[in-house]
Design a protein around this ligand. Structure first.
Ligand SMILES: Cc1cc2nc3c(=O)[nH]c(=O)nc-3n(C[C@H](O)[C@H](O)[C@H](O)COP(=O)(O)OP(=O)(O)OC[C@H]3O[C@@H](n4cnc5c(N)ncnc54)[C@H](O)[C@@H]3O)c2cc1C
Length: 475
């Protein structure tokens, strides 16, 4: 009898735990053959406005994660085949060579990935093979939702009413216990370096880089987060910094797929019944639900989330494609400390909090009146946790071209800055030029008197830029 060979095509699901495609392959086939392809197009080709498709922080996270996956599989005597090239050609070649029964993958929703999936599916049909899609990328299983994807509600509030507290989240899957390796020989390349992928040596993140990739690292980070934020009795000391307390920093792991949304949900959900913790636990769960909501919206509206007029098709919308203003923003030279500080954090680490993303996008759109698509592309190239639906969906919301409205659209940036960073510690960290200014003036150096500036050794316009927008309206 012919043995059934299941190729598992890993993409944004670089994990063994709760991996539906891997589980399906292990259950339906006699042997598994896992493959990862570094898609050369994503590293060589640029976005329409000339940014990298995958920035260096995300690339590093992916490299770490592939290496970790290879090690974890090797511990089970299975090798991960790694190749560089065009995924649909390489997977097809391997399927043809080993005469596999099926190729398994977790279905991707974004247009470019769907395009590659469709191409592969067509080619496999020609040799009598099939691409089997699993649904394992979201918190909810789409089959459990009370509506078909094309009827997804247009606002998060409506989505939550129909889904939250009603639709159960399925349990994460364990690592398949029975997985046998394919014993034939299939060529594998070594895992490339960042230089092989086209990055320059001066772009490579230093040792202190915050987001090391891999399933083991993701699970470790999750454990640490739970221990430090939900289990310690000294929780009140953590509460001093509101921003630090509310965020998990786990989105890079969720989006590389080393940690599944269901795994995070299961770890957090146990604290929902606890009065002291439930607020924080529910913020995180809302985050995961928002992620699903934006994935479904993208599926419903397809490429519209990438259009300037957005999913709403707002034809009146008229923001300018002004590159000079855009580069002031991207190079952190706006003269508004909180904006420049968040931008320096993004440029130097690939990560900023939700509030940071809101402040940067609000400033580009409302203050500089620059086309929001430039900002979304820039975030795409910089964010370590980039995913198309979360990034472009949130930019649609910020630009007012989605059906979701923004609650605090007209709040002054300075008011927000004082709320988020009352003592100026965050600004001092990222803009040391301003470190000598007092807490009460650090967010508005242009309002400092000449004596304060002199005592702090700052010459505005030389050491730090003058504001590029009229700040009088915020007084
Ligand atoms: C302009 C803009 C662009 C954004 N681009 C991205 C992006 O490319 N990738 C991305 O994952 N998030 C994006 N977000 C959403 C959000 O800022 C990040 O998910 C969050 O800051 C990640 O931090 P955390 O892991 O500590 O999240 P937590 O607050 O701990 O939330 C838990 C998880 O829920 C998800 N999540 C939380 N908030 C959101 C949200 N508003 N939308 C979608 N998912 C959410 C994330 O996966 C996150 O890991 C964007 C937001 C804005 C305003």
């Amino acid at each position: 009898m012919r043995i059934k060979i299941g190729i598992v095509w890993f993409r944004h699901d670089l994990r063994l735990r709760d991996n539906q495609a891997l589980t399906d392959a292990a259950e339906q086939c006699d042997v598994v053959l896992p493959v990862y392809v570094f898609d050369e197009r994503l590293y060589k080709e640029q976005t329409p406005n000339g940014f990298r498709q995958i920035g260096v922080y995300r690339a590093q996270l992916i490299l770490d994660s592939v290496l970790n996956l290879k090690k974890s599989l090797q511990e089970k005597n299975i090798d991960l085949i790694v190749r560089i090239g065009k995924a649909e050609e390489i997977i097809y070649e391997i399927a043809d060579q080993v005469k596999s029964s099926w190729v398994f993958c977790n279905r991707e929703r974004a247009p470019e990935e769907e395009f590659i999936q469709d191409k592969l599916e067509n080619r496999l049909w020609q040799i009598g093979q099939e691409l089997r899609f699993s649904r394992g990328k979201m918190l909810y299983h789409t089959g459990d939702l009370p509506f078909p994807v094309r009827h997804t509600p247009d606002t998060y509030a409506a989505f939550y009413r129909e889904v939250g507290k009603i639709v159960p989240v399925r349990k994460p899957l364990p690592i398949p216990d029975k997985m046998l390796p394919y014993m034939g020989s299939v060529e594998s390349e070594s895992i490339p370096t960042l230089i092989d992928l086209g990055f320059k040596s001066n772009e490579i993140p230093g040792e202190g880089f915050r987001f090391k990739g891999g399933e083991s690292e993701g699970l470790k980070k999750l454990d640490e987060f739970i221990k430090n934020n939900f289990k310690v009795s000294s929780i009140k000391t953590n509460r001093r910094n509101k921003d630090e307390v509310l965020i998990t920093h786990l989105s890079p792991y969720i989006n590389a797929g080393v940690l599944s949304p269901k795994t995070l949900y299961e770890s957090i959900n146990q604290f929902m019944g606890n009065k002291f913790h439930s607020n924080r636990a529910s913020c995180i769960i809302h985050g995961l639900m928002r992620r699903d909501f934006l994935k479904l919206l993208e599926k419903k509206y397809k490429t519209k989330i990438f259009d300037k007029a957005g999913i709403k098709g707002n034809e009146q919308y008229d923001l300018k494609h002004e590159m000079d203003k855009f580069w002031l923003w991207a190079n952190a030279k706006t003269g508004i400390p909180i904006v420049d500080a968040f931008m320096r954090e993004l440029n130097n680490t690939g990560f900023i909090s939700y509030e940071g993303r809101r402040i940067l996008s609000q400033f580009l759109i409302e203050e500089l009146q620059v086309n929001w698509q430039l900002g979304a592309e820039y975030f795409q190239s910089k964010l370590v946790d980039y995913n198309p639906c979360s990034n472009w969906g949130n930019w649609n919301i910020m630009a007012g071209v989605a059906y979701d409205t923004k609650e605090d659209r007209y709040c002054s940036i300075i008011t927000k800055a004082r709320k988020l960073d009352p003592h100026g510690d965050f600004v001092r960290k990222w803009i040391p030029e301003l470190a000598g200014l007092n807490d009460n003036i650090i967010h508005e150096p242009d309002k400092a008197n000449s004596e304060d500036l002199k005592n702090s050794n700052i010459e505005l316009g030389k050491d730090y830029p003058l504001p590029v927008v009229d700040t009088e309206k915020w007084v």
